[in-house]
Design a binder for this molecule. Structure first.
Ligand code: FO1
Length: 310
């Protein structure tokens, strides 16, 4: 059973981790959003790639989900003292990742090759791929400030500006990273992890030009990041409200209508299952909260059971 998971930040990384614990490494490929990537302090930073890799390596900060565990912030403290920009929290160990990635990229290594090398060093066995080796930057169009680069919106302004739309700069020149197309074609199922549909999953779908299952028997399974009208973490529900759409698992199902064959929603939203099935996808109601490692395994097992008995 070959699985391709599409993942963004923390929520996506957790389900990817559950799948990685249940599947042989050669049966799992994780395609990660790079729309959040940006240059900061002269370093090229790839937050979602690092969140997925650190999570699968058991190195992710358990409180935040991003950055590393057992971190120190001495470099940032000194930078702050010097009056440098300290709005994006970078730990000392994490800085090593950004320094080495920037060095390799400037040396001409494609991002997919850098990621492969880092995964080997970190002992991450499944294949982790950036959605593209070409840069794609998610731009958030806001009411108050017009267009903002993603991290400017997400971290510096704490997702407070009201969104009006999104665009992915660089999309025209961006191709799926090497190996993705073949892996998608051979996949038994594609899993859309519970990441933000607007800014984590849409960039990946846009680069992959994934509009429908590649072949009849292929399942495309989405897990709703919205439970009871809210997200566990992040601005997806707020974005739906600002885009004029009531935030719910239905809104997410509609977001993926025509693409997904199965939709997994939380027990909180059991009364929405019928309406979701009327959108032309099979609904599975389960506990989608991944508060702990057993939670990740349980949801990942639900996904794989769905793949085995579509
Ligand atoms: N998210 C924050 O809310 N505040 C931060 O200071 C922050 C720093 C940071 C450093 C490295 C990294 O890999 C991720 C970091 N994130 C931070 C998360 C980042 O903004 C991601 O883009 C989000 O997780 C959305 O995917």
């Amino acid at each position: 059973m070959k699985i391709v998971a599409l993942a963004g930040g923390v929520g996506g990384a957790k389900l990817a981790d559950g799948l990685a614990r249940l599947l042989p490494p050669e049966d799992l490929t994780i395609v990660v959003n790079t729309g959040d990537d940006f240059e900061h302090l002269g370093l090229i930073i790839c937050p979602d790639l690092d969140t997925v890799c650190y999570t699968l390596a058991g190195q992710a900060n358990p409180q935040t989900g991003w950055g590393r565990r057992d971190e120190t912030f001495l470099a940032l403290e000194n930078l702050r003292h010097l009056g440098g920009p300290d709005w994006f929290t970078l730990g000392d160990r994490d800085l090593g990742t950004h320094l080495e990635r920037t060095r390799r990229l400037k040396d001409g290594q494609p991002l997919s090759q850098v990621t492969r090398g880092f995964c080997q060093a970190w002992g991450v066995k499944p294949t982790i791929l950036p959605m593209s080796d070409q840069p794609v930057c998610t731009i958030v169009d806001t009411v108050e400030h017009g267009e903002l680069a993603f991290q400017e919106y997400f971290v510096r302004r704490r997702c407070e500006p009201r969104v009006r739309g999104f665009r992915f700069a660089g999309l025209e020149a961006a191709r799926p990273a090497p190996g993705i197309q073949e892996t998608i074609d051979k996949a038994t199922a594609i899993v859309i992890c519970p990441s933000n549909p607007w800014v984590s999953i849409d960039p990946i779908l846009a680069v992959l030009q994934l509009r429908s299952p590649v072949h009849q028997s292929q399942s495309i399974i989405a897990v709703s990041p919205i439970l009871g009208g809210r997200t566990v973490k992040g601005p997806a529900a707020k974005m739906y409200v600002e885009m004029g759409i009531p935030p719910s698992a239905i809104a997410v199902a509609r977001h993926y209508q025509g693409l997904v064959t199965n939709f997994i929603l939380d027990r909180l939203d059991i009364d929405l299952a019928g309406e979701i099935e009327s959108l032309g996808m099979r609904a599975l109601v389960t506990d989608t909260l991944m508060k702990s490692s057993p939670g990740r395994l349980r949801l990942a097992q639900d996904v794989l059971n769905l793949v085995e008995t579509p």
